[in-house]
Write a protein that binds this ligand. Structure first.
Ligand SMILES: Cc1cccc(O)c1O
Ligand SMILES: [Fe+2]
Length: 317
């Protein structure tokens, strides 16, 4: 018995209003609920997929994994306990808050809360309508999307997610960040999505490197890219990944980690063999330095103003 898919994610964020604007105006998610200190968002028929709650860490607060039934929930609880992982059966009150029928929780080896549930809430009677016109997000059997975590002890983390939760290794990328630092990224799948979670053995201030949402049409990605480019918040340019072949870009979130916005990934098929790569991308995905970000959008705007001024100047007599 293993987890079937990523159902939802939670983040602790310093600026809830900034995230409300970010999720709706940049990513095209639909606000499901909000208060002064929290908000939840929809990207499909589910009642919610991403939650932000006010707090200082600006980092992941929890991941929520789905299993198909109460029997499966009991089976995975037994599997985790047999692996020496302490599991809490959560109260009906918290299950109701998450909109699920049954809920257990544990903590991974980097002290990140992991919830496992069955019986999430579907809101077919309240269709998902993107405020920015996104055609739709690829979820369903593939779950919410994916995320990448930096962990202090990669072996312990792999043991928890592979031997504990039942993930399988898709592939490894030795990502050369510079002449001194190459990070080994481990990509893990629990369904057809090439990776739901990737782990990097990299002790750092933040656990979250990025989370990813996959859209149904390529133009969704381009239209979102223009929004991030317009205010100079593109972190990595458009590109196509070597392993899942996703066409995507990375943009800054209000919490200092990135969001990857992509389309067109390939899935892992039965008989998938583990391979390794030296590059994260076939092409693109170039880091946009802070300086360039500001210069590129300001410079282009200034130039357009100049052109406009020239064109509208009265013709010389
Ligand atoms: C860094 C990186 C490499 C390959 C696929 C990804 O989704 C990713 O974020
Ligand atoms: Fe990614």
């Amino acid at each position: 018995m293993s987890v079937q898919r990523l159902g939802y994610m939670g983040f602790e964020v310093a600026d809830v209003p900034a995230w409300r604007a970010f999720m709706t105006e940049k990513l095209g998610a639909m606000e499901a609920s909000s208060s002064e200190n929290s908000a939840r968002f929809r990207i499909d028929s589910r009642s919610w997929r991403l939650m932000v709650e006010k707090g200082p860490s600006d980092d992941i607060s929890l991941s929520g994994y789905e299993v198909e039934s109460e029997d499966s929930l009991l089976a995975i609880k037994k599997r985790l306990e047999a692996h020496g992982i302490e599991v809490t059966t959560e109260s009906g009150e918290l299950a109701d808050d998450r909109g699920v029928l049954g809920l257990i929780s544990c903590t991974d080896t980097a002290n990140t809360r992991v919830e496992i549930y069955y019986g999430a809430t579907e809101l077919f009677e309240k269709p998902f309508i993107s405020p920015t016109g996104v055609s739709g997000f690829t979820t369903g059997d593939q779950g919410f999307g994916h995320y990448v975590l930096a962990v202090p002890d990669i072996d312990a983390a792999l043991d928890f997610y592979v031997k504990g939760l039942g993930f399988h290794l898709s592939d490894i990328i030795d990502w050369k960040l510079n002449d001194e630092l190459t990070v080994k990224l481990h990509f893990l799948h629990c369904n057809g999505r090439h990776h739901t979670l990737a782990l990097a053995g990299l002790p750092g201030a933040k656990k979250t490197h990025h989370f990813m949402l996959e859209t149904k049409h390529m133009d969704d990605v381009g239209l979102a890219y223009d929004k991030f480019d317009a205010d100079g918040t593109v972190v990595m340019t458009l590109g196509r990944h070597t392993n899942d072949h996703m066409l995507s870009f990375y943009g800054a979130t209000p919490s200092g980690f990135a969001v990857e916005y992509g389309w067109g990934a390939r899935q892992v098929e039965p008989g998938w063999s583990v391979v390794r790569y030296d590059k994260i991308s076939i092409w693109g995905h170039k880091f946009v330095a802070e300086r360039d970000r500001q210069v590129s959008s300001n410079a282009i705007e200034d130039e357009l103003i100049d052109i406009d001024a020239t064109l509208s100047a009265p013709a010389q007599a």
